[in-house]
Design a protein around this ligand. Structure first.
Ligand code: C2E
Ligand code: MG
Ligand code: MG
Length: 640
């Protein structure tokens, strides 16, 4: 909408003087150059027609031409400044006569103009040497945007001043653009947008009306960047910015106060915001989101390609969803994410259930689908040792998920989601298959790993055909069942004891050994274990970590150890981190232990190094084996 000045366009100046003779003088000063410009143009044309320039002639010097508006009083000039600003074509320079009786004087006009247009360069012209420039400068700050001219002036002086102030004004605008606007799209940048949002919200508070913030994010923008290249991506962003401008301009009844060009912003990447400074109701914000989605999803031409992009929009309304810029931005961002997760090209209002936690869960759920296909899972192995002999008794396979953007996601966080969504079935099968394949490989290489323990989730365990699956996987890997132990948590077993008894018997028939994981926290009576076909109990880490401080935990741990010995069931203490814990467990004749004291869960390559080391240490004494393990694992930890 704004008329952009070019290097050739006339320099716009505004003048106010009450004396007709002075106005005429200004007219000549600024008009004379028009005449000169015409002459220059004729000369230029002649030179080009007769190819003088090509023969080495200098390019003709272009004198600046002016577009001057000349007013007779202070009120008129202030009105002209305001009108020009509204039209998007502000006056860079204003010359004001100091005394303009009987109306207001130049100082008054300067003050008003400064209020309307803070960027305008003001020149005060005075015939009286008694006016102290410092006084006016103080009244109409900033000092550096007000100049003085003594009458009578030389025409050349006025012209030069206009030219110089013009270029100062342009340079300052350019610097401001660089600091506040995004150079690709020309939209206000993040900083400027946040400042504007602050103003919008403050006005909404003062006026006790509602305002809305729309957070707009292009769906699959990354794919376009990756497939068509970054310059196509840039072009797309430019076109999107232009469409956003149009969409905002053409918003119908979105509220009593129409949003303007300054109410759009680019936060970075493919993220934009639109502010609606005053909305009548929430429906108005939704309608605006509809218009924006419609505008953006029209096909875009990028070179030879015609593509369709859809945006996802999140809406937060002030005051309900936040009264400060940061909160409103955060909430509209959350709403956008929720909307995007539900499907592309749609909007959603923020609501209080959209917490960061809920968003994280939704994000993880989305990314967990397909993680198997993208081969993002791996297994780490944590060794278990016999406390009496110091030999390695087994390795527990622990699942790891590394997502390219999220990094390593904690297993407990995603296992729960995998259970809720049923994804645990294929994931669990993958774990079992991978563990069996690894065991087969190590067995063939003659590496002494004892057994591999595989964690089984409740959902898997409840599948009627789980024992058959285990048998099939073993068969396909060509592995004997004795190399595999399955860990089922105590709470899962206790949930339906009758069923568990049957299921455990079924698994036992397949030939794998069975362990009850996290034992002790489910408060199951040890007596009931007699009916269950289990080989081992894993004493939960919580008891082990309190062995030194809590008498109660110490007695529970030693009771579990004693009882299981009576029942002929093995015991593994989980989470052993200190020497004292190990010594206590040895005293109680706990069979095996697992924990950071000996080793953290190890990636495959490190697990193999450990297995080779164990094979090499096979002949050492028990104490020496355990000592070496502990020392080596501490060095590993400090190295890592
Ligand atoms: P868990 O089966 O009880 O595994 C032991 C957890 O304790 C592991 O955590 C291990 O890294 C951690 N740990 C071992 N020693 C120490 C120690 O000395 N100190 C401390 N603070 N922690 C120790 P991780 O790998 O994060 O696994 C957590 C849980 O996730 C596992 O508990 C298991 O319930 C589950 N999980 C892991 N992999 C799988 C899997 O493949 N399938 C299923 N269904 N669940 C799995
Ligand atoms: Mg386990
Ligand atoms: Mg455990």
């Amino acid at each position: 909408m704004s008329n952009k000045p070019t290097a050739q366009s006339p320099l716009r100046v505004l003048v106010a003087d009450d004396e007709a003779a002075v106005r005429e003088a200004y007219r000549q000063v600024f008009g004379e150059t028009d005449l000169r410009a015409d002459l220059d143009a004729i000369q230029d044309l002649r030179a080009r027609l007769f190819r003088n320039a090509a023969a080495g002639g200098k390019p003709p010097f272009r004198r600046p031409s002016f577009d001057a508006m000349i007013c007779g009083n202070a009120a008129e000039v202030v009105g002209a400044v305001a009108a020009a600003l509204v039209a998007g074509n502000p006056y860079p320079v204003v010359f004001l006569d100091m005394r303009m009786p009987p109306g207001e004087d130049g100082a008054w006009a300067a003050t008003r103009i400064r209020e309307i247009d803070p960027d305008c360069e003001i020149v005060i012209c005075t015939a009286y040497s008694d006016v102290d420039p410092a006084n006016i400068g103080g009244q109409v700050p900033p000092q550096e945007k007000i100049s003085f001219l003594q009458k009578p002036f030389h025409p050349h002086e006025v012209r030069q001043m206009a030219v110089a102030l013009h270029s100062k004004w342009r340079a300052e605008r350019h610097i401001a653009r660089l600091a506040y606007f995004d150079s690709l799209t020309g939209l206000p940048n993040r900083e400027h947008t946040m400042a504007r949002l602050g103003t919008v919200l403050q006005q909404a508070r003062e006026g006790a009306h509602a305002a809305a913030l729309l957070y707009i994010d292009l769906d699959n923008f990354k794919r376009i960047n990756d497939t068509l290249g970054h310059s196509a991506g840039d072009e797309l962003l430019k076109q999107c910015a232009a469409r956003l401008r149009e969409a905002l301009d053409s918003l119908g009844d979105c509220g009593p106060q129409r949003p303007g060009a300054g109410d759009l912003g680019r936060l970075g990447g493919d993220e934009f915001v639109a502010m609606l400074p005053q909305i009548a109701n929430r429906e108005a914000a939704a309608a605006a989101a509809d218009s924006i989605i419609l505008a953006l999803q029209q096909p875009v031409r990028l070179g030879h390609h015609e593509i369709v992009v859809t945006p996802s929009v999140g809406i937060a309304v002030s005051p309900e969803d936040g009264t400060d810029g940061a909160t409103l931005l955060h909430n509209s961002d959350l709403a956008m994410y929720f909307s995007k997760r539900r499907g592309h090209g749609a909007w959603a209002f923020y609501d209080a259930t959209m917490s960061d936690g809920a968003l994280r869960r939704l994000t993880l759920e989305g990314k967990l689908r397909g993680a198997l296909e993208r081969q993002e899972f791996s297994l780490h192995y944590q060794p278990q040792f016999e406390l009496a002999s110091g030999t390695l008794s087994g390795l527990e396979a622990l699942l790891r998920w590394t997502h390219p953007e999220l990094g390593q996601v904690p297993v407990l966080e995603f296992i729960e989601i995998a259970e809720d969504t049923g994804l645990i079935i294929p994931i669990g099968e993958w774990v079992l298959r991978s563990a069996c394949a690894q065991a087969r490989l190590w067995r063939d290489q003659g590496l002494p790993f004892g057994h591999i323990s595989v964690n089984v989730s409740g959902t898997q365990f409840l599948q009627r055909d789980f024992p058959e699956l285990v048998a099939r996987v073993l068969h396909e890997s060509g592995l004997e069942a004795k190399w595999i132990e399955l860990e089922i948590t105590e709470t899962v077993v206790m949930r339906d004891e009758a069923w568990a008894e049957k299921a455990l018997a079924g698994l036992r028939a397949v030939g794998v050994s069975l362990a009850i994981d996290d034992f002790g926290i489910g408060y199951s009576s040890l007596g009931r274990l007699r009916h269950l076909a289990v080989d081992r109990l894993k004493v939960d880490r919580s008891f082990v970590s309190n062995l030194e401080s809590e008498v109660r935990d110490r007695s529970i741990a030693s009771a579990i150890i004693k009882m299981s010995r009576t029942l002929g069931i093995g015991v593994v203490a989980e989470g052993v981190e200190t020497f004292n814990q190990m010594l206590y467990l040895q005293e109680q004749e706990c069979e095996s232990a697992q924990g950071y004291l000996f080793s953290r869960p190890l990636p495959l390559a490190d697990a193999e190094v450990l297995l080779r080391r164990v094979a090499a240490n096979a002949d050492l004494s028990r104490t020496e084996k355990l000592r070496r393990l502990a020392v080596e694992s501490t060095t590993e930890a400090t190295k890592g």
